[in-house]
Design a protein around this ligand. Sequence first.
Ligand code: OAD
Length: 392
Amino acid sequence: MGNNPKSPSSPKGGHPQASRESQRTQDIRKLAAYIQSEKCKNIVLMLGAGCSTSSGIPDFRSPKTGLYSNLARLKLPHPEAVFEINFFRRNPVPFYTLAAELYPGNFRPSPTHSFVKLLSSHGLLKMCFTQNIDTLERRAGVPSDKIIEAHGSFAEQRCVDCKTPFPDDEMRDIVLGDRPEAEEVRIPRCKRAKCGGLVKPDIVFFGEALPENFIRNIPVVGYADLLLIIGTSLTVHPFASLANMADRRTCQRVLINLETVGDLGRRPNDIVLLGECDAIVRELCEALGWGEELERTWAETALDGKTDEAKEKLEEKVEDEEKEKEEREEVLEHEVEKITESIGKRLDLDETKDSDADAAKGSFDMSTSAVKQGEPLEQTPEPAKSSNDGKL
Ligand code: OAD
């Protein structure tokens, strides 16, 4: 069922672009047939920033448009420094300058997010792993117990030293509220007596541990019948390593992205669908007979036509779901404490592609393979190359 994106076949005298498109259409039809077959019961997703670009949120590494290409004004030693915990401790100003632009608010989910909801409502979604901190999966209506926000989110914040939570409304006011001077950045500080440490949203910074629920759910990838990887450069580990956890005998891997990434396309049955993810999921939904349902589901996410009351209800629903999820996670936290201690995972950047041998080693090796691929960020020297190559 696979294809090889690097050598698109074109009939003699035929137009290569037309040939690529017909290959894409064929692959989409085959994929739709697989999704509708008895074999495909558990679909796992890996999402990245490309899913949200049509919502108006830039990705990180696209040349020219990506966030990391547009940070000169912050005078950083290298662009990723804005999300590095050690740099943040020394200088939180760049992060808080950017926070107002990234803060979840009036962004509308994309058709790709609504597709995830459809997979869930059709009983096919096993788990949606997302690197995105924009909470648009929730806003699209994907149930919170099917979402793993691997790099955290802006939902809560706490002191980086004593971990005391900081109130949501005050945080929102500091990040989004009026400032006396246009240039002035307000930095939230811990309110606990004698602490006064820096406050940071619960976004996973480079050099920090990933959330327990990410670690806990890693084995889910091993049970996937279909792994859909959408809108990610697969440069940040350990998240990127999940792609190699898919069982090569039983799992169909599919990449939907503007460019080829990771080792997608290397397994004989991989499918690589290159292009705008919204266009591809629309075509896939047509092939599945879900075309109208997708548009209806996506239309429900529009905030424009909604009254303030409806908007507030939507906000409240998202917040309630977040709180419920956190409560459930707290109960489980104790159980996984020992596991996470022994794993000691850190967020790491690495463009080195995982070898087939790593993939063959099986589920629980993913964490060690990610650690092997690169030193923890805070121990890595200043970058020798530009950030767009993803190496530090
Ligand atoms: P990147 O910016 O690294 O990659 C986005 C990918 O999506 C690229 O391969 C783009 O070509 C592709 N893309 C962009 N728009 C698209 C579209 N409309 N349709 C299809 N593909 C599209 O973003 P991530 O891989 O998500 O971490 O980045 C991973 C992590 O790096 C982020 O979570 C963030 C960052 O540093 C933290 O902040 C901790």
